[in-house]
Design a protein around this ligand. Structure first.
Ligand SMILES: NC(=O)c1ccc[n+]([C@@H]2O[C@H](COP(=O)([O-])OP(=O)(O)OC[C@H]3O[C@@H](n4cnc5c(N)ncnc54)[C@H](O)[C@@H]3O)[C@@H](O)[C@H]2O)c1
Length: 370
């Protein structure tokens, strides 16, 4: 994600030149001096560091962007908050609700800006879905359905830990729930409101894998697949599925929302397109319309090419940083903040706990006391 964010910081001045604040790439940090030097040169950073604590201690740094594995998010964010720096943190906010709560508390009343990279909200078609829903056009919502499917961990020789940190529960916190469903949950709650309770089933298909750092075969602690259903606060029902064992799927993120007066459907593989069914249409021509969200009056698209030309995944990051910088200018609040991401973390925690205890779980209880 270091490349994705760096790309966004570099592009912002070209496509959002009107912003009062623009990023200056002061320094980039990673553990290997050789690698981080090459990275700095490639992406235009002024200097390098190999110890993140030194970045936080520097007077010329206003904001810290955390793109490390999940086990370091809390430590870095809390130290940055104590030093009065803004933080832009990758998702999931943390490995657990307990860690996430501490991160929120670290910023608490300080007023220091923070945000979490739940970037899918800022793909134009997804933002358009939000705009349509907010007009009330779908009517009462009955169903929300989302999938995030991949197929990269079917091979039992894939290890856990080290560069395969996503496979190691101690580093990642959870498997597909925190890695993939967290995105789906963030989008869902943004579009359809709070999730009140959940019932989940998880599976770890490959029970033991070699740990990259110890060389030993160890039990796998992450969820390889997770399916949960839930009730939203608005009375609608949700159904979510994520797996890394859906052969043929690399990053198949889809959602569909069904309301009394209309439905909406979106697919990451065709990310510029939003499908919309409006029951108010003349019945003779009524049907799913497919909206290519690339026109200048559609979200964000007046920043890009002539109408009809597509943009990609990387643009969601550019849009997110642009909105974040704008919020500094206007003093308005920015979402998703750490507080918003804490709500997603509560749902993730309830999902894992529900699967472990084979029971429904309320998302509003204080999981940190368990
Ligand atoms: N928003 C999204 O769409 C999205 C997509 C992928 C990953 N992510 C999130 O981004 C984060 C990073 O994921 P990734 O796929 O880029 O992982 P990665 O393993 O490719 O990169 C992690 C980087 O962190 C560096 N790192 C590790 N320990 C460090 C330390 N002590 N000091 C400095 N640098 C250190 C590693 O050298 C590596 O360059 C994770 O939290 C992940 O969940 C978000």
């Amino acid at each position: 994600m270091g490349r994705t964010h760096s790309n966004a910081y570099n592009r912002i001045k070209n496509f959002f030149p009107e912003l009062e604040y623009l990023p200056i790439l002061k320094t980039v940090c990673s553990r290997s001096e050789k690698k981080v030097k090459a990275f700095a040169e490639q992406w235009g950073y002024e200097s390098i560091e190999t110890d993140w604590k030194k970045v936080i201690a520097r007077d010329d740094i206003d904001a810290i962007d955390i793109c490390t594995p999940n086990d370091m998010h809390a430590e870095i964010a809390i130290a940055a908050a104590a030093a009065g720096k803004m933080v832009l943190c990758e998702k999931p906010l943390a490995r657990s609700l307990d860690e996430a709560q501490k991160m929120v508390d670290a910023f608490d009343e300080s007023g220091i800006k923070n945000m979490v990279w739940y970037n899918y909200r800022r793909l134009p078609a997804v933002t358009l879905a939000k705009n349509i829903i907010d007009t009330g056009k779908l009517g009462r919502i009955f169903h929300y359905r989302a999938n995030f499917l991949q197929d990269w961990t079917i091979n039992a020789d894939i290890q856990q830990g080290g560069t395969d940190w996503r496979m190691d529960a101690a580093v990642a916190g959870s498997g597909v729930t925190g890695d993939l469903l967290a995105h789906c949950i963030d989008t869902a709650m943004w579009l359809n409101g709070a999730i009140n309770d959940v019932s989940a089933v998880t599976e770890t298909f490959v029970k033991e894998r070699v740990h990259q750092l110890t060389g030993k075969m160890q039990q796998v602690g992450i969820d390889d697949a997770c399916i949960f259903h839930c009730r939203f606060d608005n009375g609608s029902l949700g159904l979510f599925e994520s797996t890394r064992y859906a052969r043929g799927h690399k990053a198949m993120y889809t959602f569909e929302i069904n309301g009394a007066n209309g439905s909406i459907r979106w697919d990451l593989h065709d990310l510029n397109r939003l499908e919309f069914f409006d029951h108010a249409d003349d019945s003779k021509v009524r049907g799913w319309r497919t909206i290519h969200v690339t026109d200048g009056d559609q979200p964000y698209m007046n920043k890009w090419w002539v109408p009809g030309l597509s943009i990609g995944y990387e643009h969601s990051f550019i849009h997110q940083i642009a909105d974040f910088l704008k919020s500094i200018e206007t003093g308005e609040s920015f979402s998703p903040s750490f507080k918003d991401a804490l709500e997603t973390q509560k749902v993730c925690e309830a999902v894992i706990d529900s699967a472990n205890t084979r029971s429904w779980k309320d998302t509003h209880v204080d999981w940190t006391e368990n």
